[in-house]
Unconditional design. Structure first.
Length: 81
């Protein structure tokens, strides 16, 4: 089983506690994350990546990223020794 390693760039929600003037509120931005992992699945709902994969193909630590939050998905070249 060959699993692709990907770099996912995505936007996530962020909270800014306290009071804010309109100008300040309009200038607030979402955080942009870059997550690296093995591509498990990608569909209209979510992209799923795993932090680790075993030789038998089992995944550990799955991250679900909402598809609407994804900016880009880049397939990486993995060199094996």
């Amino acid at each position: 089983m060959e699993t692709k390693m990907v770099l996912v760039k995505w936007a996530d929600a962020k909270i800014f506690p306290g009071m804010h003037k309109v100008e300040d509120a309009l200038n607030r931005k979402m955080d942009i994350f870059k997550s690296l992992g093995y591509l498990v699945d990608r569909n209209d709902e979510a992209t799923k990546i795993a932090h680790e994969i075993t030789d038998s193909g089992e995944y550990r630590d799955i991250l679900l990223i909402p598809s609407g939050s994804i900016i880009s998905v880049e397939e990486l070249v993995v060199l094996t020794v």
